[in-house]
Design a protein around this ligand. Structure first.
Ligand code: IFM
Length: 449
């Protein structure tokens, strides 16, 4: 029964993003989108969200109580520049200084994301990342941030999940501007990669010692029918389009899309001191689903990608596949050879016992990567707080802390938070295989792997 020990320098923490928790981010494109009927499940609107903008001190004190050593958060561009690229809002500047100071005073290391899905409405109106010439506005913002906060922020995540941004906003149509055009999606993805590459060099030129990286979301693609050659091929193709193109660009600077789009940019190559991995899900591919997504011929039923049969589903409609986390770490290690942080990993469920098992199973995979000599430096659970889960609204409960939206956003720390805190405090956990499997069997019998 070995003790799975994590190194002293390994950072345990949690992740969040501005729009999902702060509340009243009225100047971004998501806010506008949420006002359109039918966009968000149950007609939810982010509104006050978890009111973290006003309650960040209390929330960070909770992080401290829960033993977190690092916290990933995003700075909301539309708070700094609500009306135009040049009119700075000094209140936002002060606010995020206070946020950083509070974290530092508690001894919690901030990881700051400069773009987590939300853009100011004025930027959206000029075409957002559809237009290459607009990238300069994002870069001005990054320069401003690095200049203003560079002495307080050592770890910068440039852009969160460019593949999700491009595909959900421009193919699947669940994120604003809900266009359905695959060529535009590729253009946006390419512009996001360029924006990331340029942002990296801007931050490094101002603060050479800082650590800067992109955050990628890598689903594991598997064939829907195990023995099917055509499903395997589709899974490979989906993986290349969704994951492979980005990793290749980071490695070589080459952006290579299907249908002949090709560009090479040296500033994208080697534009990471570390790579952030967001890992959640395994997707099952078959030609029918892939074609439906690509051509937009049908309203894509993402559920079809997310399950094979009777597995237990989370509130996001996902199945749990912990081994995929190790696979993704191994892939990133081999492809990029960079230090890695698991910048997000979490489960949406009301069943807090399931959350404990989820955390344990995934940390086991992180530990396996460490055992194999991979350079994994941290794990951030998504999320510390229940939050606004984009087009799913408030229904999915990812938080280590429950937020009672109907009762003045009252916080209640869940048991899983204390379970995670104990792992952090002990710097690991005992791997009691028998006990683990017994409890797993009771909870999701099909998932023992
Ligand atoms: O809530 C999101 C987050 O904004 C980006 N990564 C995935 C999370 C869970 O879906």
């Amino acid at each position: 029964m070995p003790f799975l020990r994590f190194p002293e320098h390994f950072l345990f923490g949690s992740s969040s993003s501005a729009h999902q928790v702060e509340g009243n981010n009225v100047h971004n494109q998501w806010w506008a989108f949420e006002q359109e009927p039918g966009r968000i499940k149950n007609g939810d609107k982010s509104g006050l969200a978890a009111d973290h903008y006003h309650r960040y001190k209390e929330d960070f004190a909770d992080l401290k109580a829960m033993k977190h050593e690092a916290h990933r958060l995003s700075f909301e561009w539309s708070r700094f520049f609500p009306e135009s690229p040049t009119q700075l809002n000094p209140e936002a500047v002060r606010h995020y200084h206070n946020v950083l100071d509070t974290l530092h005073n508690l001894g919690i290391e901030p990881f700051v994301t400069t773009l987590h899905f939300t853009i100011p409405q004025w930027f959206a109106e000029m075409g957002g990342f559809e237009q290459e010439e607009n990238i300069r506005h994002y870069l001005d913002f990054v320069r401003f941030l690095a200049d203003e906060y560079g002495r307080k922020v050592h770890f910068w995540c440039t852009i969160n999940e460019p593949n999700i941004y491009a595909s959900f906003a421009y193919i699947i149509g669940e994120y604003p501007p809900a266009k359905k055009n695959i060529r535009t999606a590729f253009r946006v993805l390419s512009n996001l990669l360029k924006a990331h590459g340029r942002a990296y060099h801007i931050i490094k030129s101002l603060h050479p010692a800082s650590q800067v990286g992109l955050v990628v979301h890598l689903p594991v693609f598997a064939p829907l029918r195990k023995g099917s050659f055509i499903d395997k091929l589709t899974a490979r193709l989906a993986d290349w389009v969704f994951n492979g193109i980005i990793l290749e660009a980071l490695k070589t600077g080459k952006i290579h899309f299907p249908a002949g789009f090709f560009e090479k940019h040296d500033f994208i190559k080697d534009s990471n001191d570390f790579i952030g991995l967001n890992y959640y899900v395994r997707m099952f591919a078959s030609p029918k689903h892939a074609v439906a997504t690509a051509l937009n011929a049908l309203d894509t039923d993402l559920g079809a990608f997310r399950r094979t049969g009777s597995e237990r589903l989370t509130q996001s409609g996902w199945t749990v596949y912990a081994k995929g986390l190790y696979k993704c770490l191994k892939r990133l290690h081999r492809k990029l050879g960079l230090p890695m942080y698991v910048t997000e990993n979490g489960i949406a469920t009301e069943d807090d016992e399931w959350r404990k098992i989820f955390i344990r199973k995934h940390l086991r995979q992180v530990h396996k990567a460490l055992e194999k000599g991979m350079d994994v430096r941290g794990y951030f659970y998504w999320s510390n707080l229940d939050n606004f889960e984009w087009s799913f609204g408030f229904e999915p409960r990812f938080g280590l802390v429950d937020v009672d939206y109907a009762n003045d956003c009252k916080r209640t720390i869940r048991d899983s938070a204390w379970f995670y805190a104990e792992i952090i405090q002990q710097r690991g956990f005992w791997q009691d295989e028998k006990a683990k499997n017994e409890s797993l069997e009771q909870i999701f019998p099909q998932e023992i792997q």
